[in-house]
Design a protein around this ligand. Structure first.
Ligand code: NAD
Length: 416
């Protein structure tokens, strides 16, 4: 496939959606309705900085589709985020929640900011102002934000508090909160844990031995570091990981607990004494069995896909692969488990957190993890079986299941 202009992330996700609509024979009107976000909000986020001056940031909340339930999606703080990327991420949430069969629609929020450059009090003020500016769009039965890149449980605590100042105690307004404020046990590790469960479940089908396989992980934030920790605990060999400043490589396997300590102290992966430094570009092209991109989008492209040596790619990040990169990997026989399946552990446990909040009841962590395992494994089996019976890639099968479920619900509701 040759693409003449640089597509935006949203156009790329819609290309996947359009191909799925063709296979599912959806009418033009329905496609149009499913392709475009139902509602978009752009807000100004003025913040008084610690030195007294005012900075004005741009924030977004995109509600892509609410047919299957309240909108659900994370909030990203990143300096390069724009409306097209938020639309793409919101759309992916629609197909993801449908694929893993949660009663949610898809949404995403963002603020164009580099959180590393702000103090904690500045981030608190920014989060409160952003929350107040989108407050009329969110509610426990309408739209429930969660953490994403650049945000964490502290961010969610501030959002919950800002919302609660207007509406009273409402823990179900956000997920990914600290456990002390009604967060779920197991939520912080959930996305990485889901990656681990999936690898163990799919290993035989993918013809890899998870214990012997060389695993490479890009990103050492929430998703990457938990995936590394849990896979390491299961006896797997993680040969390389990276953060924004680069990575480290050790063919014998990295000592992940020691690397976690190093990262906590230095906020950086390179410089770890238990491996040699490598760049992010080198990391993606390492000779390995399993590659887990778990950082940012668009890292596997037409440019580097011909040189990817992994046998299997597990997409921990959202949209790490461009459509051209995907086609090249498919032609080369690389099996790609797609983002909407692989990183669904986060939204699955967010759903458990929300139900616990609504019932004012707490689950034990074992129950959370076991329900997560069952949910993600069920979705994997559905994807695998559909891919096999219809001759599709895993990504095509995952999209078809998600899109079909949303289309069915629109018919059932009868609102067209
Ligand atoms: P995070 O902010 O905790 O960590 C991001 C990691 O990526 C950090 O290690 C950072 O150093 C690294 N990184 C940033 N820019 C990079 C670059 N240019 N090159 C290489 N590495 C870079 O974010 P996270 O929550 O772990 O999210 C990572 C990805 O997973 C995102 O695509 C996010 O949308 C997706 N995701 C996250 C969750 C979740 O529960 N947190 C759930 C589903 C999907």
């Amino acid at each position: 496939m040759v693409i003449s202009h640089q597509m935006t992330a949203f156009e790329e996700v819609n290309l996947l959606f359009d191909r799925s609509s063709d296979r599912l024979n959806l009418s033009n009107g329905l496609r149009e309705m499913l392709r475009r976000p139902w509602r978009e909000l752009q807000v100004q986020v003025p913040v008084r900085m610690d030195d007294g001056h005012i900075e004005v940031f741009t924030g977004y909340r995109v509600q892509h589709n609410g047919a299957r339930g309240p909108y659900k999606g994370g909030v990203r703080y990143h300096p390069a985020v724009d409306l097209e990327e938020v639309r793409a991420l919101a759309s992916l949430m629609t197909w993801k929640t449908a694929l893993v069969n949660l009663p949610y629609g898809g949404a995403k929020g963002a603020v164009q900011v580099d959180p590393a450059l702000l103090s904690q009090p500045e981030l608190n003020r920014l989060t409160r102002r952003y929350t107040l500016n989108i407050e009329h769009l969110i509610a426990p039965n309408r739209d429930i934000p969660a953490p994403d890149m650049g945000t964490n449980s502290q961010t969610m605590a501030w959002m919950m508090d800002a919302y609660g100042q207007l509406h009273g105690y409402t823990p179900a307004i956000v997920t990914g909160k600290p456990v002390e404020l009604g967060g779920s046990l197991g939520r912080e590790a959930a996305t990485g844990r889901g990656v681990g469960y999936l690898l163990m479940e799919a290993a035989q089908d993918l013809e890899i031995d998870p214990q012997g396989a060389r695993i490479v992980i890009q990103g050492f934030g929430n998703v990457g570091s938990w995936a590394a920790r849990l896979l390491h605990d299961s006896g797997c060999r993680i040969v390389a990981v990276s953060g924004v400043r680069g990575g480290v490589y050790n063919e014998k396997g990295l000592d992940i607990p020691a690397l976690v300590d190093h990262y906590r102290e230095t906020r950086s992966v390179p410089g770890f004494s238990g491996g040699e430094n490598i760049t992010n570009a080198e990391l993606l092209e390492l000779d390995c069995e399993v590659l887990v991109p778990a950082a940012i989008g668009n890292v596997i492209t037409a440019e580097n896909a011909p040189r990817i040596k992994a046998k299997v790619v597990l997409e921990g990040a959202n949209h790490p692969t461009t459509p051209e990169g995907d086609d090249i990997m498919t032609d080369r026989g690389i099996k790609v488990l797609p983002d909407i399946l692989v990183n669904s552990g986060g939204v699955i446990v967010s759903y458990f957190e929300w139900t616990q909040n609504l019932q004012q009841f707490h689950w034990e962590e074992d129950r959370v993890n076991e329900e997560l395992r069952k949910t993600i494994v069920r979705a994997y089996h559905e994807v695998r079986d559909r891919a096999a019976s219809e001759g599709l890639t895993y990504r095509q099968a995952a999209f078809d299941i998600g899109v079909q479920r949303v289309a069915q619900v629109i018919e059932l509701r009868g609102f067209l």
